[in-house]
Structures are given as C-alpha cells and as structure tokens.
Design a protein around this ligand. Structure first.
Ligand code: ADP
Length: 373
C-alpha cells in the first residue's frame, strides 16, 4: 500500500510518499507558504499542487491513501479517523485547544482532499496515544468545572513518535510490548517523555498544551503559573508578551542564548556558565521525570532515546544515565559514543537503554494502512 503522509504547518508542508513498511519514494518540505517571496506557494492548495506535481514527475501512481498528521484530537478523537465532513467538523471543534496547529492541519487536509479526491484521507493525532492516561495522570487539581466545561486536562503530545519508538524498542529487545515497562524520551526542539506501561501510555510530560514538562529548545517546560501573575500584575508585562517568551524565548535559548544543543554543548565545554546551567537544568528535569515514571510503573525495563538530541547527543544520554544510577541504569560509554542510528547502549545488567531513530511518517502510514486496509 502506498501512502502519502502530509504534515501541514502554518507556513510549511512536509510530504513523504512511501510504501507501508517499505521504501520512501520521496520526502519533501515546502516552506514559506503564503509569504511574499518568489516561488513561495500562495496557500496550502498551491503547496499540495507542488506535491502532486512531484508524484507525476516521478511517474508514481496516485497513492492509495493520504495520511494527515493532526496535532490535537481533543478528548474524543483518540484513534486514526477517516476524514469525512463529520470528522472535519470534529477537528474544527478542537481548534480552541490548539489554535496554533489545528487550523494549519485543517488547511492541509482541505487542500489535499481537493487534489487527491478519489482516495481515503486519514487523520492521525499526536494526542491519541495518550488517550489511555488514567485520570490520576490526566487530571489537574483545579475546579472540576474547568475539566467538564472547558476541557482542561492533560492531553500529551508527540504520541506518534512515542508509539513508534516503544513498539520498535520491543522489537529490538525481542520481547512483547505487553511485558515491558518503558520510558520513551523524545528530545528534539520540543521534548517530552512518556511512560509506556506494557504498550499503553500511562503518563507523559506535556499537558494541556506542549508547554508543560521538560526544558525544550525555546519552551520553558514546567513553570509555576504564579510567575505569569507576577510578571503581568507586578512587573507590567503584557500577557501576550509573557506567553511569547515562555514559548519562544525560554528553554535552552532562554538560559544559554541558543536553542541548538550542539552550540550549547560546545559552549559549555568552553566554560560558558549559561550553557552549563542550561544543560544542568535540562538533565535535572529529565532525570526527575524518568525516575518518577519508573516508580509509577513499578519498575523500568527500558529507557529509549529518540529525536535530534536523543539520537545524537552522547552527552545528554550519558548524563541522564548517570542520574538514574539508583534505578540500575548504566550507560556503556563506548557504545554510547559509537551510536549511529539504532543502538543498544546499556552496560547489560540493568534496564535496557536504547537509541531508536523516530519515524513519525512511517508510523502514520502504518496507522493509515490499519485504518483503511
Ligand atoms: P524538531 O523537534 O524540530 O524535529 P529535532 O528532532 O531535529 O527537532 O532536534 C533538534 C535538536 O537536536 C537541536 O537542539 C539540535 O541541536 C539537536 N541535535 C542535532 N544533532 C545533534 C548532535 N550531533 N549533537 C547534539 N545535539 C544535536
């Protein structure tokens, strides 16, 4: 089965055309949608036309299905969903929960449905894997009406990636997922960890939105909301300004002046205080989350690193491993330094420690095939 996977952002469209479980025929990113630049596509429809043109140029058949990554499925869209008018309305209804992401995803879906009118379109949600979070993990201790009337709960994100790497880790270990208590760490520009207890997500560090939890490239992760009240009420900042700062000027960027971990690592090695601090805060929080999740699951069979930092930073993996010594985690230094793609890097007698390159497009395609196949 051939699937075209589309991931539409507000000004970009990523497309991958692949055979489920097999070859990727092409992978392309179209940027600057709607911008006033030469060659910039006017809108998502124009961007999808470019994808269609590549399908033609390469002599590829029309795909059997199109899979769409949708960031937020809200409380009800918890499985891959064939896109019809009702599903579109349901995704639309979730826009207030994800005002920055779902509208772009919807624009991509609408444009692609027009361009590929005769094949099924399937929406795959980043929140869906976390639908199994028990109330103890998904509820905030706030007035119940906030939950029932306003949808305030923890949803969690990066679910497509966590689902893929957990399944792949079980394959690498040669054991059924149903036996394994894993913590998956998706460490990219956005970062989250997930407790995958025998195949089900039971806790994750992002919450109502993607701002909660770990230290990220430009997002703060956990912050006491009192900080917001203080800055707005006492220090005269505008609410929008604080929101922008927490999303775009915090995290590694806020502490070290760069959101690129490679820069942060090299500056820390040269003795830069801010860069050292950024690494310390990031690792401190990661260790705390992983340890809490291991405790919650009653043990840890494996820790899985993925995404840019998880796949490429030997330093972060080593420091997180060191921080988890109490749980028996031991990272083998030589194996850790030699990582290039998928690898097992533990010293052998404690929980497994794995690096598994994420494959969100492959996972979306697999879920699409399961849904329409
Ligand atoms: P996104 O969430 O945008 O997909 P990625 O998964 O590509 O992001 O991760 C980006 C992060 O990975 C950046 O902080 C980048 O510095 C980091 N990274 C990539 N390669 C390396 C490397 N060799 N060493 C350390 N960090 C790396």
């Amino acid at each position: 089965m051939r699937v075209l996977v589309l991931n539409a952002g507000s000004s970009s469209l990523k497309a991958q055309y692949l055979e489920v479980g097999g070859e990727v025929a092409f992978d392309l990113t179209i940027e600057r949608i709607g911008e006033d630049a030469p060659d910039a596509p006017a809108d998502h429809a124009a961007a999808v036309e470019q994808v269609l043109a590549v399908v033609d140029e390469r002599g590829l058949p029309v795909p059997d299905a199109v899979g769409h990554r949708v960031v937020h499925g809200g409380p009800d869209l918890t499985a891959p969903t064939v896109v019809d008018d009702e599903a579109l309305a349901a995704i639309e209804a979730v826009v207030p929960l994800a005002p920055l992401h779902n509208p772009a995803n919807l624009a991509g879906i609408r444009a692609a449905r027009a361009a590929f009118a005769d094949v099924p379109h399937v929406a795959v949600f980043d929140t869906a894997f976390h639908a199994t979070l028990p109330p103890a993990a998904h509820r905030y201790a706030v007035p119940t009406a906030w939950f029932s009337d306003h949808g305030v709960r923890r949803y969690g994100f990066h679910g497509i990636s966590h689902a893929y790497v957990a399944r792949r880790a079980a394959e690498v270990l040669g054991r059924p997922q149903e036996e394994l208590r894993l913590v998956t760490a998706h460490l990219g520009n956005g970062q989250s960890v997930c407790a995958v207890d025998r195949g089900r997500s039971v806790d994750t560090s992002m919450g109502f939105g993607p701002l909660e939890g770990l230290v990220m490239g430009t997002r703060s992760g956990d912050v006491d909301p009192t900080v917001v009240f203080h800055l707005v009420r006492e220090e005269g900042m505008a609410l929008d300004e604080v929101e922008t700062a927490l999303n775009r000027r915090s995290g590694l960027l806020g502490l070290a002046g760069s959101n690129d971990l490679r820069d942060v690592e090299s500056r820390a090695a040269d003795g830069d205080e801010g860069a050292r601090l950024a690494l310390d805060v990031m690792v401190h929080r990661l260790v705390g989350y992983v340890a809490a999740y291991a405790t919650r699951m009653g043990g840890l069979d494996g820790l899985v690193f993925t995404a840019g930092i998880g796949e490429h930073s030997a330093l972060v993996r080593r420091r997180v491993g060191d921080g988890l010594a109490l749980l028996g985690v031991r990272v083998d230094p030589a194996a850790n330094d030699a990582v290039d793609g998928e690898a097992r890097i533990d010293a052998g007698d404690g929980p497994a420690v794995l690096v598994v390159p994420t494959d969100e497009e492959g996972e979306i395609a697999r879920q699409v095939a399961e849904t329409v196949g």
